[in-house]
Design a protein around this ligand. Sequence first.
Ligand code: NAD
Length: 467
Amino acid sequence: MEYNLYINGASVATENHMDIFNPATGELLGKCPVATKQQLDDAVAAATDAFKGWSVVSDADRKAACHAIGKLLEEHAEELARLLTEEQGKPLNGVGSRFELGGCQAWTHFTADLELPVEVIQDNDEGHVELHRKPLGVVGSITPWNWPLMIAIWHVIPAIRTGNTVVIKPSPFTPLSTLRMIELISGILPKGVLNVVSGRDELGQWMSEHEHIQKIVFTGSCATGGKIMASAAPTLKRLTLELGGNDAGIVLPDVDAKAIAEGLFWGAFINGGQTCAALKRLYVHEDVYEDVCDALTEFARNMPVGNGLDENMVLGPIQNEMQYNKVKGLVEAAVAGGARVLLGANPQEGPGYFYPTTLLADVSDGTRIVDEEQFGPALPIIKYSDIDDAIARANASDNGLGGSIWSNDMDKAKVLASRLECGSVWINKHGMIQPNVPFGGVKGSGIGVEFGVEGLKEYTTIQAVFS
Ligand code: NAD
């Protein structure tokens, strides 16, 4: 099936297309339109024009429009979930496509109800000063391939809730579900408020350089985040950058290994590990090391991996060949360096980019799978004996997205958690995010936050009004 761009309230065909394949079967799923520079300019011009009206629409009307989008997403949830499974690979069930569509609705309704009221910061004999929050203009959204619909919603809804207009560009690996979702939801907004263009990476660069885009909200790799920052510099764009992570979890000696196995598993293997804030390095105290390895292996071996359209599956394939080869290479290098395979590490020949759930013991810092973001279904388990050393190793990373402490002693865990250098830290769980809690990285994991009132503010600029 051939898909189109959606610009200024109309479906727009392109001359060129890219083939998009189902990662579970290798079969052709659809043809993604490749936008020209002119088509991007058209989308930005439509958004610029629509901004004049949308930025002055009443707050109540923008809130109602966002709730209407939430309702539409609910009505089309099953259609979008199936397309997402076929395109991205994640299963319909488990923490998969239906879960992602549920998240889209929840984030939309929650964000619709957020308010940024005028703040009076001075009211005395010397004067009255108010802070007003104003929209920025055209927001360019650039998304990755792991949670394509949820991340699109995270970008689009706060932008339009606050009166901006949007041009969104999905990842070239997973464009079809976003094209379909934006076509659906932009139909209930005034034309030009929400536009979608797709194509190759260069399209993202054109957006970052574009003189009529005021802000880029980007979710993706650290390397691309740096390129966007450079491309955006000449036009002084606002940026929100949600980048990669290499989250560490630290297990203290007082845990019950069996009790934490399920939490550790989903912390690491949600979406087959293709999640920014997944647990990617697990540090376990030597006293419970073998117990934790055994309990996690026992739990993991019973989690079925297969074609996500099969309702019994809880994990799907890796999304694309490049990522599959990366994970495979990191595991092979670790095993060649002496890692002990507890589970997996034995991929079968295709079809599909299926990689088995893999647990590696006796790995240490300095091994690539520990030091780099694997972004796939393979977890290194590292032994430690001294907690200060474990904290130092967890922090010895350019990234700082999330981290976790696993212990039965909550007070102790909280003190240790505060020593981790990351934007979110969890105790006895990993990776949980909520629409009311700001989420973002420190160090190389990004700039700015999303979600909640703090996230909403990032789509506005302050105007101080003196009277
Ligand atoms: P990626 O950086 O390769 O691509 C992301 C997007 O950027 C795509 O749409 C791509 O076309 C576009 N792009 C590529 N080159 C560009 C350029 N020069 N200028 C502008 N845009 C360009 O990332 P990915 O592989 O799709 O996603 C995986 C990465 O995203 C992982 O590192 C993961 O940790 C991170 N991620 C972070 C979060 C978060 O919230 N912090 C969430 C999800 C994923």
